[in-house]
Design a binder for this molecule. Sequence first.
Ligand SMILES: [Zn+2]
Length: 302
Amino acid sequence: MIRSVIVCLLALLSIPSNASAQSCVGNPVAVQVLGSGARANDRASSSYLLWIDAQARILVDIGGGAFLRFGQAQAKHNDLSLVAISHLHPDHVSDLPALLWLTHQDQARKAPLPIVGPSGNDVAPSFPTFLSRLFDEKTGAFQVLGPTLGATPPKRGGGVRLDVGVVDVTKAEPSIVFDRQGLTVTALGIPHGDLPTLAYRVQTRDVSVVFSSDQTGTTPRCVEFGEGANVLVMHLAIGAGATSGLQAAPAVVGRVAQEAGVGRLIVSHIDLFDLDAAIAELKKFYTGPLTVGADLQCTSVR
Ligand SMILES: [Zn+2]
């Protein structure tokens, strides 16, 4: 009796909250939410995978908890074509050292891993400076990860070698950040308070997916960049009736998706607010297919 109770408790503990553990393998193109949360600790923070056939090819953001979800999704470092970072808030990037902390004995990845992030300003360093502050072999916080930026690997540790790119968030037009292996990825600066932030659009085969990240949704560019996407992932970060200088209200999320004419809207980055009320407000402005994000949830892109 006691043993069976313990087994049941262990089984319950092994099920991650808000994690539906769906597999994306078997879809031609699919979006998997690795982290559907922000600061609430019952979801991993922001992170997404774009799957093509049986490979996770693009990772967008890697907030706290997302590295565990990356493993649970059975994604592989070797399959990644690009890591795209939207901005440098912890809920979007804090698991990056964990992702890269692989030893040479792991044989996880020998080819450089393309990674791209935003330019800097007074309130945030540029992405290359951010990486140097983390991983520089002499001055970084994680000196042992110096080889990620080209230092000669020590006998132990080392990390995944990075091929670093940066996008000027002040550019008016989208920048191409990756264009090979059947994938075209563009990035565009979007309004998220003072913090340099990028939205990403992926085109592959005959479908497109837009990852809008945190933004106020207050410029026409937000709609234009998402125009006609098969799937738009947008952040529902504040509740109904709330206002923020950083995040779009539910009504704005709905309006952007509606005006962009997307095939499906996935809302994510869900925090401590009344989700039902926020969805109800969003639906007053958006009438198309809607998915409410959950960790490890997979959505086929058609
Ligand atoms: Zn965020």
